[in-house]
Write a protein that binds this ligand. Structure first.
Ligand SMILES: *Cc1c(COP(=O)(O)O)cnc(C)c1O
Length: 413
């Protein structure tokens, strides 16, 4: 790929200097952090942004007339605008700050609990994170609606023929993740959204795992709801967003009652504030919201296309290296059809035992079901070893990882 002169040259050693945690040792070894699908690391620029808030303008927002409150409000609303621009939402008030993806999904599910009725149908996919399964099960229990599941195939993809068979005029909502956190599969969300709209169903796309790798354009996708957690995209924990089309957010009832979300309150009747405040009861994570904006600035400074291209190089390299090991089973799609996630096992060895040995060698991977037990049931395994890469990882780190895996295999066989 040719780089335009405005984009910075991708220099991983330079980028690594932005992440203080990457300098530390774990169990006496250099840290190799391959658990980016669980949470990403935080660059100094984002840490500085949080410190700056608490040192210089910590105040509650949207309330005070005093200067600190106005500065904090401005910074928070500027962050909302950055997020709007990043996802190309039409209006800033279509971006609702939440504590993360789980909160965002529950907000929508709760809204629909007074709208759905018995006989309505909800479709989810077999590749979902528990946070995109359980709220819908709870919604079905409350409303009498039924949950249908788009099945997965052995290669880690969703079966789109079966999806089309599930759609009918009773389908009210469809929920699919953009990228599977357990396998990295990039789902065909354009097709999923288009087909759902043909039967007038609304679509929520869980973008938690996609956001660090793919810049979604919510208007081009014509998606109804899209959710993101800041902590997977170099931001802090405890903050995220729900994007929703204005018409739908206006139509949904509020989620939580409290301060900030009202227009007028009396004991006879309370009227709600307009968007986005209707869904933002209480004091939010102010520094978190501002730092989410700083994280997006940081990612754009590097460039999403460069990030995706470099991470794919890492993935291809690691896949080839992993395939040279004995008794390896890799789950999921080809590297060209997924983000930088490798989910695998060694025949006859428990994932947890491998993870424990890797940790002793300073290497952080995830082992287990990755909050996606239905996928593990499909493969009839208790879990996998998951290595997930970010743009600050290197081929040398992958070499250390492969050597560590060889050691683990020798010890456990
Ligand atoms: C991480 C993740 C979630 C949950 O996000 P939280 O930040 O824990 O709310 C949901 N879905 C997917 C695909 C994820 O990767």
């Amino acid at each position: 790929m040719k780089m335009s002169s405005t984009q910075m040259q991708f220099d991983v050693e330079q980028i690594r200097k932005d992440f203080p945690i990457l300098q530390r040792k774990v169990n006496g070894k250099d840290l190799v952090y391959f658990d980016n699908a669980a949470t990403s690391q935080t660059p100094q620029q984002v840490i500085d942004c949080i410190v700056d808030y608490y040192q210089n303008y910590n105040a509650n927002i949207h309330r005070g007339v005093h200067s600190l409150s106005q500065e904090a409000t401005d910074a928070y609303e500027q962050a909302r605008e950055k997020i709007r621009a990043h996802f190309n939402a039409d209006k800033a008030h279509e971006i609702i700050f939440t504590s993360g993806t789980t909160h965002a999904i529950n907000l929508v599910a709760s809204g629909y609990s007074s709208i759905l009725k018995a006989g309505d149908e909800i479709i989810v996919s077999a590749l979902e994170h528990h946070s995109n399964i359980v709220p819908w099960q709870m919604l079905c229990e409350k409303t009498g609606a039924t949950l249908k599941v788009i099945p997965m195939e052995f290669d880690g993809k969703l079966n789109m023929d079966k999806y089309q068979d599930l759609l009918n005029t009773n389908t009210k909502l469809v929920f699919v993740n953009h990228v599977s956190n357990a396998l990295g599969t990039i789902n065909p969300i354009e097709f999923i959204i288009e087909k759902a709209h043909e039967v007038n169903a609304k679509v929520l796309i869980d973008g938690a795992q996609a956001a660090p790798h793919i810049q979604a354009d919510v208007q081009a996708l014509d998606v109804d709801f899209y959710t993101v957690s800041a902590h997977k995209i170099c931001g802090p924990t405890g903050v995220g967003i729900l994007y929703g089309k204005e018409s739908l957010l206006t139509f949904l009832p509020p989620y939580q009652g409290g301060g900030e979300m009202i227009d007028q309150v009396s004991f006879e009747k309370t009227t709600y504030a307009g968007l986005p405040h209707k869904f933002e009861a209480g004091t939010p994570n102010i520094s978190g919201g501002i730092a989410f904006g700083a994280a997006l600035d940081y990612m754009h400074h590097i460039g999403f296309e460069q990030i995706a291209q470099y991470e794919n190089e890492l993935l291809v390299y690691a896949t080839n290296e992993l395939n040279t090991l004995d008794n390896i089973i890799i789950y999921g799609t080809k590297p060209s059809e997924k983000t930088a996630v490798l989910s695998f096992n060694f025949e006859g060895i428990h994932a947890y035992d491998v993870g424990t040995i890797l940790d002793k060698l300073g290497i952080a991977v995830r082992t287990g079901h990755h909050c996606a037990q239905p996928i593990m049931e499909y493969y009839k395994i208790p879990g996998t070893i998951r290595a997930s890469f970010a743009f600050y990882n290197t081929k040398q780190e992958i070499d250390s990882f492969i050597n560590a895996l060889k050691k683990a295999q020798q010890m456990l066989q």
